[in-house]
Write a protein that binds this ligand. Sequence first.
Ligand SMILES: Cc1ncc(COP(=O)(O)O)c(C=O)c1O
Length: 420
Amino acid sequence: MNVQSNRKAEPLLRNAYDVAAVRRDFPILSTKVNGKPLVFLDSGASAQKPRQVIDTVREVYEKGYANIHRGVYYLSQHATERFEAVRGTVARFIGAGSPDEIVFTRNATEAVNLVAQSYGRTFFKEGDEVVVSEMEHHANIVPWQILATQIGIKVKVAPIDDYGELILEAYEKLLGPRTRLVAITHCSNVLGTVTPAAEIVRLAHAKEIPVLLDGAQAVVHAKVDVRALDADFYVFTGHKLYGPSGTGVLYGKKAILKKMPPYQGGGDMIGHVSFAGTTFREPPYRFEAGTPAIAEVIGLGAAIDYVEGIGRERIGEWEHELRDYATARLSEIPGLTIYGKARNKAAILSFSLDCAHPHDIGTILDADGIAIRAGHHCAEPLMDRLGVPATARASFAMYNTMDDADALVASLVKVREMFA
Ligand SMILES: Cc1ncc(COP(=O)(O)O)c(C=O)c1O
């Protein structure tokens, strides 16, 4: 089998995007795995961290750490200022109207659960409906199912077509008198499909239905402007955005957050506590019970600064080149099927080989130092729709190169030779 790259020399400086310089910022990329240089193609699960983020977190712990919002002493006030500054950074990053619309959570999953348990449990009644899509991550399915068992709502599912695109007409038909919320992904973690979020919102708002967008993948790959989208809620997670784990964001329109009761109770979210009754702080603090991930949120701020310093458009263009190159190269391999052919697609490539199970593919690639994901990708209903138990997935990030795609293809050719 001859699956050779006909690519010319690796253009490390392309479109003024200096991927070699980007790579130097990520210490882990110069390590070896199984004696081979690491080829990391699982950033869709969690991205690697640049030195700027690692240094910021270390510097907080070494020189600037204390609990926030409560100390009268210098370290506490300084940490509070830095933590709160990130709220402003995040607001600017996603185009929110005010830092007060940014709630820090542990991750995107917690942000969806917050909306389900606070907004949903308060404003939905038995028989009301939440519309999701067939390509949701479990994080945007299970919280609604839990709410369904608690108060009897129904979860309606908007279908996708064989290209992996949301069928807008079918989605619109699901928006009925009992629909209380649309909760749909802005980018599929399996298919890479970037959904027409503005249109999804427009159709829902025409029927006065609010919309939650799951931006866990989208916010990494493209510029997001929540006000231009007119999203009512937008959630994402810090660790996929090159930031520390343990950080997530719920954006909510101020007027909606103000109507929502607390999700969890405890320190930091109260106005006054007595056994006769307790008052709560205004949003976003009302939703942030207990000590947050202080150094990690400050590290998230450093991650956003880093991404903005390189430029989201430039990162996006580079990732599109990687997507197109990797798609073309993978397509050369006999018996390989790529899932998801949306017109607007991020650099996330799910695939299968006719001769080997995705877990075998993942294990053999690992021996070559290549990290990909194999499994259902926390999207089992989507696997059912695709008619497969699992797929392999290579997800590309700002630090990947055409060489990485070539290494992936070379290793997949080996898998074929072993199993075919
Ligand atoms: C589209 C999407 N939504 C939500 C999540 C959940 O993110 P987290 O586990 O950080 O909460 C993921 C993670 O893979 C995702 O890809």
